[in-house]
Design a protein around this ligand. Structure first.
Ligand code: ADP
Length: 306
């Protein structure tokens, strides 16, 4: 009986050590699998960040080369005029001088664009600062005004005096407004009424109290397009890249905000950016905030949520 008991105990001990071995091996396998999965997640994250960066740079390069084309075309035309006048002895000295002056203005414009490009590509020093969004909007509108005038687009701004400051990267935020205003300009180009309204307002009590709206009287977008507006490479333009809105969304969510859009097709579109105020904690590192609430306007809307 005693022997039987000992044999049972030994068997139980052996079984438990086999079990412990099995469990240890399983735990080791799980640890390896966990390490592999973490590594995969990290690599995917790096790849995503890299492609987003490439898309941003691609979008900027396209934007800038488009911007530079205008002064360069101007310079070529004014230089040809001056040359023609001198060669054919047409016009007087003042007319030649006027063309040279216009050339010099266009050179200044190209230089300003160059400076802007340097600012935009200075990825290293994304300095966070406390920003008055109204001033970023004003600067962006001023920067685009020559093009707006050329396309005969009326720009109406209405900026709230009591807008709280936000914490963020000024250059990147101005890129968002640049994209929204440029898109709005494109959208109204074929419309009989070409008007953009840029409004800022404070929404007291809201988690994201700094609100900026860019509304236009352009073509608008359909329900089907509303779902894809913020996807990278979605474009309905012949020469579009489909990056402006996806980059804008990633900048806004980086700042802890949201971006959304609504439209009445054929009547216009409104894009709304909502940001946290500077005193409500650090932006830039904050996670994507709550979803945009679609407005009252009938028609297509999207919240561009990440
Ligand atoms: P792109 O301008 O190169 O097409 P975006 O990402 O900036 O890229 O815009 C994607 C698409 O969203 C545009 O092609 C257009 O169809 C639509 N869109 C953007 N802004 C507006 C707007 N204000 N009105 C109507 N459609 C718009």
């Amino acid at each position: 009986m005693e022997r039987l008991l000992i044999a049972c105990l030994l068997a139980a001990l052996a079984a438990s050590s086999v079990l412990a071995g099995l469990m240890a091996r399983r735990a080791a396998r799980e640890r390896t699998r966990y390490a592999e999965l973490s590594d995969l997640a990290r690599r995917l994250e790096e790849q995503l960040e890299h492609s987003t960066r490439l898309a941003e740079i691609g979008g900027m390069a396209a934007e800038i080369s488009h911007e530079l084309n205008q002064p360069l075309t101007g310079i070529r035309n004014y230089a040809r005029n001056a040359f023609y006048m001198l060669e054919k002895r047409l016009g007087d000295e003042e007319e030649v001088k006027a063309n040279l002056r216009l050339i010099s203005e266009q050179v200044d414009r190209a230089a300003r664009i160059g400076n802007r490009m340097r600012e935009l590509t200075r990825q290293g020093d994304r300095t966070l600062s406390v920003i008055d969004v109204n001033s970023v909007v004003r600067e962006t509108v001023d920067f685009l005004m020559p093009q707006m005038r050329l396309s005969q687009v009326e720009v109406v701004t209405s900026l709230a005096d009591d807008l709280p400051p936000v914490r963020g990267d000024r250059t990147r935020l101005s890129q968002v407004f640049l994209n929204l205003l440029t898109n709005a300009r494109h959208a109204v180009e074929a419309s009989p009424v070409r008007r953009l309204s840029v409004r800022s307002r404070r929404e007291p009590g809201a988690g994201l109290p700094v609100v900026l709206e860019v509304a236009d009287t352009g073509v608008g977008f359909s329900d089907a397009d509303a779902r894809r507006l913020f996807q990278p490479f979605f474009t309905t333009k012949e020469s579009g890249h489909g990056l402006g809105l996806s980059i804008s969304r990633s900048i806004v969510t980086d700042h802890g905000g949201t971006i959304g859009a609504e439209s009445v097709p054929g009547r216009g579109a409104t894009f709304t950016v909502r940001l946290p105020s500077a005193d409500e904690g650090p932006a830039a590192a904050a996670p994507a905030a709550a979803e945009e609430t679609p407005g009252q306007q009938a028609g297509s809307s999207t919240d561009g949520g990440a």
